[in-house]
Design a protein around this ligand. Structure first.
Ligand SMILES: N[C@@H](CCC(=O)N[C@@H](CCS)C(=O)NCC(=O)O)C(=O)O
Ligand SMILES: [Fe+2]
Length: 243
């Protein structure tokens, strides 16, 4: 099972660092929810992981994974698991959702010569996680940190103060040139860096107190898919018929 192990909290990351080894990375877009899904793979072992998958595009993602000859080990979706046997669904333990594997702060997800470090980054939801590649060259920030923005905190047990501390302590402490890949973008931007967001993010450059005020007054409309997506996420992306 070498290269495919999930390590428990606090253990050292793999010594097989990603540094100098080109990773296979694909950013894929779902236009309805403006979601980015990320496929990360090791060209040598063909092991891969999928971050932030969306139900609607699971068949597309599964097809690409097959075409590229990859073996998907982990995905945050139960549907991918049924489309690609052998794949395990993964979600934060703090989400309270069902999955094959529950991850916690400090866990590592290994695929081939690479590993993703799990950094719990609650605030948008209690279960939000940022995945950091083991050489700290890139971070997948989910809905916590968006490009020049951040996840809203007005539903799904969100908390602005918690989000502020998550971003400052778990993401802004990464190297300045670490690439930031968010789960959503509503303006067509695709990638940022820690340094850019540390200096230019209009919300996260505020004091914690000012940030909380801004977040409490965003008055955003509810996302179109939310009533459908939240219950599904509790079952790792699988809809259960109403009873
Ligand atoms: N009108 C938009 C709403 C998008 C939205 O609320 N997005 C969430 C992230 C997905 S749960 C969010 O946190 N947005 C923060 C922000 O500042 O936009 C739509 O339905 O597309
Ligand atoms: Fe969200």
């Amino acid at each position: 099972m070498a290269g495919a192990t999930l390590r428990v909290a606090g253990r050292r990351l793999s010594q097989r660092s990603g540094s100098g080894v080109p990773i296979l990375l694909r950013q894929m877009f779902e236009p309805k929810s403006c979601t980015y899904t990320y496929l990360l793979g090791d060209r040598e072992s063909h092991e891969a992981v999928l971050i932030d998958p969306v139900l609607e595009t699971a068949p597309r993602d599964a097809q690409l994974i097959k075409e590229l000859g990859l073996r998907l080990l982990y995905a945050g979706s139960g549907l991918l698991r049924s489309l690609l046997p052998g794949c395990q669904s993964v979600i934060s333990r703090l989400s309270g959702a069902q999955a094959d594997l529950h991850i916690e702060d400090g866990d590592s997800i290994h695929f081939g010569r690479f590993a993703l470090e799990t950094r719990s980054s609650p605030g948008h939801t209690p279960g939000c996680v940022t995945f950091v590649l083991n050489d700290h060259s890139m971070a997948f920030t989910g809905d916590a940190l968006l490009i020049r923005g951040c996840g809203r905190t007005d539903f799904q047990q969100g908390c602005a103060k918690t989000l502020y501390h998550s971003v400052h302590e778990k993401i802004f402490t990464l190297p300045g040139d670490c690439l930031i890949y968010p789960a959503h973008d509503y303006r067509g931007l695709t990638v940022s860096t820690v340094e850019e967001e540390r200096t230019l993010n209009p919300r996260l450059t505020l004091s914690c107190e000012e940030f909380v005020k801004v977040m409490d007054n965003l008055n955003l409309p509810k996302p179109q898919q939310i009533d459908f997506a939240v219950p599904a996420n509790m079952h790792c992306g699988i809809q259960t018929p109403p009873t």
